[in-house]
Design a protein around this ligand. Structure first.
Ligand code: SAM
Ligand code: SF4
Ligand code: SF4
Length: 347
C-alpha cells in the first residue's frame, strides 16, 4: 500500500490512474429516455442494498485516499435520491476531492439547485436532447420539458459557473437540432456537448445507422457557422472541444466512432456498492459486502487497488473493432442483471 500514499495514484495495466469516480446514487428515474430506459418494466435494486450516505461517504473517503479527486453524482436520476444536498455536504468536506459534479436530467433541479450549491456542489451538467416539448415527450415518455428548462435557469441563478448541457444526438430523433441547441446554450450561457448514441447496456434499440458521428455533426455545424477550430488543451475529459468563429465553445463526446479509452481514468460505483471499472464491464467488484461486513479500511483499500492495478478494460474501443456491431446486452439478460443497465451504473 505504501506506493499509493498521498500524491501517488494506483495505475492500471495501461498506466491509467485511478482519479475519477462516478457515483450512481439511485437506479430510479423520473424519465424513460428511449436510448437508456426503453422497456415497459424494470427490475430495481432492492432498497435495503442501497448504501446509506454514511456508507457512501466512507467509501468515497477511501477512494480519495487512493487518488480519486473527481467525483460525479449520477444515476438513474440523482435528484430522486432523498436529501441529496446532505450527501453533497458530506462529500464536499473530503479535501482531496477537487471536483464535485452532478449529472441530472434537470426535472427536479429548479427546486434543489440552491440547496445543492449551498451544500458545496461545484458543477452541474444537465441532459437535454431537444428544445421541442412534443419531441421531449416522445423521447422521454414524460411531459416535463418546461421543468428541465427552468432547472437550467435555476442552476445558473443559484450561482453555478460553467453549467453544461449534454445532448445525445440520434438519427431520426433530433439530429436537426444541433444548431438550435447550440444557440440555446449561447442564450443561457451554458456549454453544449453533443454525445454520440452509444450501444451501452440499456440501449436495446441501438443500431449503428442511428448514430450521428462526430464527423457528421462537425460537417453540419461547419456549413451553418463557417470554420470550426479545435480547442487545443491537455485533458482526460471525454469531450473534445471546438470553437465557432464567434468564439462559442462546444464539445463532442464521440464515444462510439472515436473512443477515448486510452486516457480513461473513470470507474463507477452503483447505488448498492458494486464497483465497475468500465461502462461496458460485465462484472464488478462488490464493495458493499466488505463495507457492511466490518472489513477494515486497509482491507477495502487493497481490494480497490488490486482491482484497478489489474484493469485492462477498453470497452468502447473493443466495440468499435467489431465487424458486426449489434445491441450490447439483450433485454432478457438486463432483467437478470440490472447492474448492466446504464441507469444503474450511471452514465
Ligand atoms: N439521469 C441523469 C441524466 O440523464 O442526466 C443521469 C444519468 S444518465 C444515465 C447520464 C447520461 O447518460 C445522460 O446524459 C444520458 O443522456 C446519457 N446516456 C444514457 N444512455 C445513453 C446512450 N445509449 N448513449 C449515449 N448517452 C447515453
Ligand atoms: Fe434518461 Fe438519465 Fe433517466 Fe436514463 S437515467 S432514462 S438518461 S434521465
Ligand atoms: Fe473508459 Fe470503458 Fe468508457 Fe473506454 S469504454 S472510456 S475504458 S469506461
Amino acid at each position: 500500500m505504501e506506493r499509493f500514499a498521498e500524491g501517488h495514484f494506483a495505475t492500471d495495466l495501461f498506466g491509467r490512474p485511478l482519479r475519477n469516480l462516478r457515483l450512481s446514487v439511485t437506479d430510479r428515474c423520473n424519465l424513460r429516455c428511449q436510448y437508456c430506459m426503453p422497456e415497459e418494466e424494470y427490475v430495481w435494486l432492492p432498497r435495503e442494498d442501497l448504501l446509506t450516505f454514511d456508507e457512501l461517504g466512507r467509501l468515497v473517503g477511501i477512494f480519495a485516499e487512493l487518488g480519486i479527486d473527481k467525483v460525479r453524482l449520477t444515476g438513474g436520476e440523482p435528484l430522486m435520491r432523498r436529501d441529496l444536498p446532505a450527501l453533497v455536504r458530506r462529500l464536499a468536506q473530503i479535501s482531496r476531492i477537487k471536483d464535485l459534479a452532478l449529472t441530472t436530467n434537470g426535472v427536479l433541479l429548479a427546486e434543489q439547485a440552491q440547496a445543492l450549491y449551498d451544500a458545496g456542489l461545484h458543477r452541474v451538467t444537465v441532459s437535454l436532447d431537444t428544445l421541442r416539448p412534443e419531441r421531449f415527450k416522445a423521447l422521454t415518455r414524460r411531459d416535463s420539458h418546461d421543468r428541465v428548462l427552468s432547472g437550467i435557469t435555476a442552476a445558473i441563478q443559484a450561482g453555478f459557473k460553467g453549467v453544461k448541457i449534454d445532448s445525445v444526438i440520434t438519427r431520426g430523433v433530433n439530429e436537426d437540432e444541433l444548431v438550435d441547441l447550440l444557440e440555446y446554450g449561447k442564450q443561457v450561457g451554458a456549454e453544449v456537448r453533443f454525445i454520440e448514441y452509444m450501444d451501452v447496456g440499456g440501449a436495446t434499440r441501438w443500431s449503428m445507422d442511428k448514430v450521428v458521428s462526430r464527423a457528421e455533426m462537425l460537417d453540419v455545424l461547419g456549413r451553418r457557422y463557417g470554420r470550426i477550430e479545435p480547442v487545443v488543451e491537455v485533458t482526460t475529459a471525454p469531450a473534445e472541444r471546438f470553437a465557432l468563429p464567434d468564439g462559442t465553445v462546444f464539445g463532442i463526446i464521440a464515444s462510439t466512432t472515436a473512443p477515448f479509452c486510452q486516457n480513461c481514468d473513470r470507474s463507477r460505483l452503483t447505488a448498492d456498492g458494486m464497483w465497475y471499472l468500465c461502462l461496458y464491464a460485465l462484472n464488478g467488484v462488490d464493495l458493499r459486502k466488505p463495507l457492511r461486513g466490518g472489513e477494515s479500511k486497509e482491507e477495502i483499500k487493497s481490494l480497490i487497488v488490486s482491482g484497478w492495478t489489474r484493469r485492462r478494460d477498453r470497452g468502447a474501443e473493443e466495440r468499435k473493432e467489431l465487424r458486426v456491431r449489434a445491441v450490447f446486452v439483450e433485454k432478457e439478460r438486463l432483467r437478470k442483471d440490472p447492474h448492466l443497465e446504464m441507469h444503474t451504473r450511471g452514465g
